[in-house]
Design a binder for this molecule. Structure first.
Ligand SMILES: N[C@@H](CCC[C@H](N)C(=O)O)C(=O)O
Length: 294
């Protein structure tokens, strides 16, 4: 029987990024480790609960942390980081415990989170970006990852080309464009996500630099497809733009689902993401969902 059968969940969203939060810390103990890719896909099936990321809270492995969080994409793959999902988890934990600052562990490392500058805002320290080609990872050496040689469309007139690449605990490619809505991201997204240059696939973003303090963007998420928001992509895009000296280190990001504030902090290289998190509804997973994967 799946660890998720009959278990409580909360459906939330982080500026439109569809998130399901499941807290397996108390009730399931070591069964928590047994949530599988099949379970995650079953939850995302038409009879389940729609989501881009499933955030599974497991018992903490390190002293001083609130939980170890496993992050699943709707295709069942695991993600190292999910900024919008983290804000949803943080809101849930703050509301239940009255805390205003907390540390979680994810596959990408420790994440400090705290109440933002207004009651409905949550800040997540997403850690330091990585730029080395092996860290992203890329399939071959690129010394300068501010722009890499990659294009789609005719060789002499590419539709999209020369993305910046960044790891924010997960791989991101950012294509700089004049109008983020002028491209068929549902068509190009899967091609680029699965391009052989990205051995672990990649999240694909179209970004337009409005001015030194403001960027608009849309993202095709690895393992989840077109989303209304991707927090780690917003961090990666802000960092990539600042690295190109085209923006300041504090920027406002406009995504289809809303706005995020991003600061690439000078003193420790960490990226801070601030935004809202919305509760939608809660329920229990129907065990029948998992019957075929039992
Ligand atoms: N929505 C997330 C990122 C999700 C992870 C991504 N699809 C991956 O597999 O890398 C966010 O808000 O950061």
């Amino acid at each position: 029987m799946s660890a998720l059968a009959n278990h409580a969940f909360a459906k939330m969203n982080g500026i439109g990024n569809e998130i399901v939060v499941v807290d397996l810390r108390d009730s399931m103990g070591n069964l928590a480790a047994q949530v599988t890719a099949e379970d995650a896909r079953a939850v995302a099936s038409p009879a389940g609960v729609p989501y881009d990321q499933l955030m599974v809270l497991q018992p903490p492995r390190l002293q001083g942390t609130e939980a170890f969080i496993k992050i699943y994409n709707s295709d069942g793959s695991e993600a190292g980081a999910c900024g919008n999902g983290m804000r949803c988890v943080v809101r849930r934990v703050f509301e239940r415990t009255g805390q205003s600052a907390v540390t979680f562990e994810t596959r990408a490392g420790l994440l400090n989170c705290w109440q933002g500058p207004a009651p409905d805002l949550y800040t997540v320290d997403m850690g330091a970006p990585k730029f080395g080609w092996q860290d992203i990872p890329l399939a071959e050496e690129f010394r300068d990852t501010r722009y890499i040689e990659l294009q789609v469309g005719p060789i002499d007139n590419p539709v999209l080309h020369s993305p910046s690449v960044v790891s924010m605990g997960n791989p991101h490619a950012i294509f700089w464009v004049d109008d983020v809505n002028a491209y068929d991201l549902e068509r190009f997204g899967p091609l680029l996500e699965n391009h052989p240059i990205f051995p672990e696939r990649a999240n694909i973003t179209l970004a337009h630099i409005v001015d030194r303090d403001h960027i608009t963007m849309r993202t095709w998420e690895r393992g989840a497809g077109l989303t209304r928001a991707c927090g780690s992509a917003a961090c990666a895009t802000a960092v990539a733009a600042a690295r190109l000296k085209r923006t300041n280190r504090i920027v406002e990001m406009t995504l289809p689902g809303g706005k995020l504030g991003i600061e690439w902090r000078e003193r420790d290289d960490h990226v801070l993401m601030t935004g809202t998190a919305e509760f939608e509804y809660e329920g229990r997973f129907d065990p029948a969902l998992f019957a075929s994967v039992a």
